[in-house]
Design a protein around this ligand. Structure first.
Ligand SMILES: NC(=O)c1ccc[n+]([C@@H]2O[C@H](COP(=O)([O-])OP(=O)(O)OC[C@H]3O[C@@H](n4cnc5c(N)ncnc54)[C@H](OP(=O)(O)O)[C@@H]3O)[C@@H](O)[C@H]2O)c1
Length: 325
């Protein structure tokens, strides 16, 4: 059997992750409703039945309500927690008064954020905590202290980062004995910088690519699990493109539809399988809260196994909208 994501770090998990940003109602301070809890329950059930056992949160999602409704579902389904890997994130703060949205990797904020997450989820230990977005004011020793405290208290098992480049990971890692085991980045068939970085070395076109230089290779070498946020491109290739989208987008959506038909699967499984075919063993974090769409993703790992090199490049080049160098 092929290696499973995160298994070498002692974390049992699935190839797909359910992103929980869509759970918990609106992005405001209004309380969540029973309908929001029901929706979360249906999404979790659909995920489990699709073989998805890893769940991605952040303290800020729906202003804490995503974790809170998830916690309600865990409370009314004893035993569910034991078959899950739960990940959350900290380090982004909403505006308060005259202070705008900002980032905060202070020890005080990291510890307070984790306490809030554990309380909302109603659990004692978080499997993985990610530092959500690089804070220009971050001080590696202070972050390391927070990590040590969380590890020693048993509140967090493992740590990772999100939206970070090689230098930032190294900068934080040199101060901390705890390895960063995940880097979550925007990776999809519509945001192709992660691949264009590879093919545009020594090319002028490469200067317009926005993905950390060597990041993909660095994470693989260090066995840092790459996770993809935005992997469904909000449905751009799976039925949600506007009719006046660029020609290459519509053509790619057509290709995805045709491949799905030929392979007797869903467009979602093709789009996700395409990214999972990459040797980095990327874990897509699917952001749908719709039970039917979650189930439509279930065949992705199998499609990754079946996808030929020719099919993979056909989708890549079509979505790029221009030939490879
Ligand atoms: N680390 C970070 O900085 C970061 C940033 C953003 C997100 N994330 C994580 O990544 C997860 C996924 O990100 P994402 O939500 O941006 O990306 P996504 O998985 O690409 O998109 C999911 C969204 O697209 C909609 N959608 C998908 N297919 C559709 C279709 N065919 N027709 C209509 N709507 C469709 C879904 O609506 P339905 O719910 O109705 O299906 C949902 O709102 C999040 O849940 C979160 O856990 C992390």
């Amino acid at each position: 059997m092929k290696q499973q994501p995160l298994s070498h770090w002692g974390i049992e998990t699935s190839r797909l992750v359910l992103g929980c940003m869509g759970l918990g109602g609106e992005w405001n301070l209004n309380p969540y409703t029973q309908a929001d809890v029901k929706k979360a329950e249906e999404a979790i059930e659909a995920a489990i039945s699709a073989g998805i056992t890893m769940f991605d949160h952040a303290d800020i999602y729906r202003r804490g309500k995503a974790e809170a409704v998830f916690g309600e579902v865990l409370k009314s389904n004893p035993g569910l927690r034991d078959c899950m890997t739960i990940q959350s994130k900290c380090g982004i703060r909403f505006a308060e008064g005259a202070v705008p949205n900002h980032f905060d990797f202070s020890k005080e904020h990291i510890l307070a954020s984790v306490d809030g997450t554990l309380q909302r989820l109603g659990i004692e230990t978080l499997d993985i905590l990610l530092l959500h977005r690089p804070d220009p004011l971050m001080e590696p020793d202070e972050v390391a202290e927070a990590i040590q405290t969380l590890r020693a208290s048993g509140k967090v098992r493992r740590f990772g980062v999100s939206n970070m480049n090689v230098s930032q990971i190294r900068f934080l890692q040199q101060a901390s004995p705890e390895p960063f085991i995940v880097n979550q980045l925007e990776i999809s068939l519509s945001k192709l910088d992660w691949l264009d970085q590879t093919v545009h070395v020594n090319q002028k076109a490469g200067t317009a690519v926005h993905f950390g230089d060597g990041l993909l290779e660095y994470c693989q070498t260090e066995r840092i699990q790459l996770q993809a946020w935005g992997p469904l491109s909000k449905g751009l290739f799976t039925g949600n493109a506007s009719p006046d989208a660029p020609g290459h987008v519509l053509a790619t959506a057509g290709l995805v539809q045709q491949m799905a038909k030929d392979k007797e699967t869903t467009p979602e499984a093709i789009v996700l399988g395409w990214m999972m075919r990459h040797p980095a063993l990327i874990q897509p974090v699917i952001g749908t809260a719709n039970a039917a769409r979650i189930r439509a993703c279930a065949d992705a790992a199998r499609q990754a196994e079946l996808m030929t090199r020719e099919e993979w490049y056909t989708l890549y080049v079509s979505a790029r909208g221009k030939a490879l160098p």
